[in-house]
Write a protein that binds this ligand. Structure first.
Ligand code: GLN
Ligand code: ZN
Length: 768
């Protein structure tokens, strides 16, 4: 029996890589310093994994930015626009960073490659770009160099490669007339050269990540998998291939993978528990194929339940024998924080909750313990096992988790709690009477610039360097200024500006029961950007109002209707680590009730427009289409539960960013928000087509300018976009707003852009 790890976090235990990269980008350290930082992080990670008894330690899982971009550079798929940078830069890293971030220097001006979410995680990868005559060549030697680097430290690693099929399928065609999978035959030889070099350098195992196998594949795509791995096995009979997919089971792709002549097949037994039986019972499972059992959760922060994991391991062991078992995490540990031991502040993370958790380092220990226990015939009497069982029992019975009141409230829910009193058509009339807004009403998405000053005050307050009275006074000043400004600009529906919020999820998590936080629980989101997700450990409830003070304060300053701003239950769930002792849908419903309490309190205080943001609904979609219906049912249900209790005359808004809506438009309509604001300007209103084709019934605010850039749009531009919108939807349905919140913008450009937006709306009104 062996233990294996699929990948380790690479930002450094104290985010050393983030700091080094950012310093390098701003010319504060040299390339050598940056390279050195990477080297020491790798060495530390390898040594730690060796110490913790991992038999198959990964290499090439390190990255200065992203492993997909590493692959792009490895196979030389460098888009044409970087060719000059390639010629002029002395090292590959500068070219690499130019591709990741764009470059504006010494007359060079190239934009970055696109970035998108890695499957259903919050990690973003850089999207490969392909052209019809795409050529590949082996450029970056990183995978071989890192194997040798570890070898020099006395550690024999298992290099990790992103498999060619997943690599191609995650990319995009930048020209018409071909499919990216057509490029496979040109790509395979590059992989073969690399494998040859790895073998020459002494590698025995190579891990191929093909997570695309956890999604729906066409038969052509399945065949591609067969071509690649049969080809490799044939050319390299001595190479031990570990084929890994994760974030789900193999589903309909199982027969394809069982047919492959690979040495080991990885199974994600967290997301795909059911597949172990199918694999063990299949006649297709080859006699010399080992199974890598992904029993330790690589996507969440909870301690492993040894009882459950050992049942899986024992079952496989009985059928295959000890020799063919590898104990693993479900996926790379990239998605969890480094080390729980760094959480020393009990006021942030209590000892009781900490006892239930495991970060990356602790997960390595779990793998080792599981291997030891699985080899022992009477594991149930071993201390390792008993300690784990005791911890599981403490968690199961903890008073911190279970709140009978919350559970009771859920049980009492009825169908009507998920529906508004009257249909939209009737509500619209009542809201019009009540709000008296003009045609093409103007508003913003919520946040206004979070300047240095705002951040500095918040951080001083958090450190105790600023008294609460002073901090609140400062926020009141900011809010007042912002309301005055919106009145001057002539916005019809002002907002308070969200100056009191650090982050749209953390702000609510901090005020809800059932949430906890960490000091150092960072995970990589993209490049040098890391996030510290809240942790939902128990039943969720809202002890006291969260936003009523700020919204009412803003309303007291103006006669215009101030829009209240909340984050929706699905987004709060999606951007947190979620408890694994009940269904996600149940946790989401609890959050929905907490948000509902807030919605009702806002309404009671005279707030007649309330926006519940749900930017994460789409990214929560399961990887397989067959699972979409169930997810959408509970996700849309949670949104409706959080917003349906209001009077007909109260107007509910929702907001979503970077969304393509075609395939979920029915569910968007089912949300039944009175107004939905969406990001539309960069797609030139094309996103509206889905709403038009579907005959979307409620009102829509298609974003009229891009908030990602400081550029101020012209009035004609906005009018043109609005005319385009009016072409597909009646004027009576349209709102006018930016694409998203303005927190990353400066004041000057914000004011100018909003002024232009308001006059564009006025111009539109005159033409109706
Ligand atoms: N109300 C939030 C803001 O304006 C919405 C942010 C988002 O959609 N991501 O910042
Ligand atoms: Zn947005």
């Amino acid at each position: 029996m062996k233990t294996s790890n699929l990948g380790y976090p690479r930002i450094g235990a104290h985010r050393e890589l983030k700091r080094a990269c950012e310093k390098y980008w701003s010319n504060k350290i040299s390339l050598e310093d940056l390279v050195e930082t990477g080297k020491s992080i790798r060495a530390e990670n390898w040594k730690l994994q060796q110490e913790k008894g991992i038999d198959l330690v990964p290499s090439n899982d390190f990255s200065f930015y992203d492993q997909v971009l590493d692959t792009t550079l490895m196979v030389g798929a460098i888009p044409e626009r970087y060719k000059n940078v390639q010629k002029s830069s002395k090292n590959l890293l500068d070219l690499y960073f130019a591709m990741a971030r764009g470059l504006q220097k010494d007359g060079v001006d190239v934009i970055a490659m696109e970035m998108t979410k890695w499957f259903d995680t919050n990690y973003h990868y850089i999207v490969p770009e392909f052209i019809k005559d795409q050529e590949f060549e082996w450029v970056s030697q990183k995978v071989v160099e890192e194997f040798k680097e570890a070898k020099n430290l006395g550690i024999h690693t298992k290099p990790v490669l992103l498999g060619p099929v997943t690599y191609l399928l995650l990319g995009k065609e930048k020209e018409e007339g071909f499919h990216r999978l057509d490029l496979l035959q040109k790509l395979i030889p590059v992989y073969h050269s690399i494998l040859k070099e790895l073998l020459d350098a002494g590698a025995t195992w190579v891990q191929f990540d093909e997570p695309i196998l956890s999604t729906d594949l066409s038969s052509k795509e399945q065949e591609a998998i067969g071509i690649v791995y049969n080809g490799i096995a044939e050319s390299f009979p001595n190479l031990k291939i570990l084929l890994a997919s994760y974030f789900g089971d193999y589903g309909d792709n199982l027969d394809t993978v069982l047919d492959l002549p690979v040495c080991a097949l990885h199974l994600d037994l967290k997301r795909g528990q059911g597949q172990l039986d199918n694999v063990l019972e299949s006649e297709k499972l080859k006699e010399n194929t080992s199974l890598s059992l992904g029993v330790v959760d690589g996507r969440n922060v909870w301690k492993n339940d040894f009882e459950t994991s050992l049942q899986f391991i024992q079952k496989a062991k009985e059928k295959l024998g000890e020799e063919r078992i590898i104990v693993s995490p479900s996926c790379s540990l990239l998605h969890v924080p480094y080390d729980l031991e760094l959480e020393e502040n009990e006021r942030i993370l209590s000892a009781e909750i900490k006892d239930w958790m495991a970060f990356a380092k602790q997960k390595l220990e779990e793998l080792q313990s599981l291997k030891i226990l699985a080899k022992s015939p009477d594991y149930r009497s071993q201390k390792l096992f008993l300690d784990n069982a005791a911890s599981m029992e403490r968690r199961g019975g903890s008073k911190l988790i279970h709140k009978p009141k919350v559970k009771h409230r859920l049980e009492q829910l009825e169908k009507k709690d998920y529906y508004r009193e009257s249909p939209f058509a009737k509500r619209k009339i009542l809201q019009e009477e009540h709000l008296k807004l003009p045609l093409f009403p103007t508003t913003t998405i919520g946040s206004f610039p979070q300047t240095q000053e705002v951040r500095r005050n918040r951080s001083m307050f958090k450190k105790g360097e600023l008294q609460e009275r002073e901090y609140v006074g400062f926020l009141m000043e900011k809010t007042t200024e912002t309301i005055r400004l919106q009145e001057e600009i002539g916005l019809d529906v002002p907002v308070h500006g969200e100056f009191e919020r650090n982050d749209m999820v953390e702000y609510f998590g901090e005020q809800l029961e059932g949430f906890t936080f960490t000091q150092n629980g960072w995970v990589q989101s993209y490049g040098s950007r890391c996030v510290k997700p809240p942790i939902i450990y128990g039943d969720v409830s809202r002890p006291v109002p969260m936003t009523v003070f700020w919204t009412s304060f803003a309303q007291s300053l103006t006669d215009k209707p101030v829009k209240g701003m909340l984050t929706g239950p699905v987004t709060i769930l999606q951007w947190s680590f979620v408890r694994d002792d009940q269904a996600r849908s149940a946790t989401c419903e609890q959050i929905a009730l907490a948000i509902l309490d807030e919605v009702l309190d806002l309404e009671k205080e005279g707030i007649s427009i309330i926006q519940v943001d749900e930017p994460a609904i789409r990214e929560g979609l399961p990887l397989r289409k067959k699972d979409w219906g169930r997810y959408l049912d509970w996700a849309i249900g949670a949104f409706k539960l959080s917003t349906s209790g209001v009077k007909d005359s109260t107007q509910i808004h929702t907001h979503m960013c970077y969304s393509e809506f075609n395939d979920i438009i029915q569910s968007i309509a089912d949300m039944d928000a009175d107004v939905i604001t969406i990001e539309c300007s960069r797609s030139q209103m094309e996103l509206l087509d889905a709403f038009y084709e579907f005959d979307y019934p409620n009102d829509i605010g298609p974003g009229v300018y891009d908030i990602h850039s400081p550029r101020v749009p012209s009035e004609e531009e906005i009018v043109k976009l609005l005319q385009k919108a009016e072409h597909v939807l009646p004027a009576s349905k349209l709102w006018v707003n930016p694409d998203c919140g303005l927190k990353t913008r400066g004041w000057e450009e914000t004011i100018n852009a909003l002024k232009v937006m308001v006059s564009a709306a006025q111009q539109m009104r005159e033409t109706v």
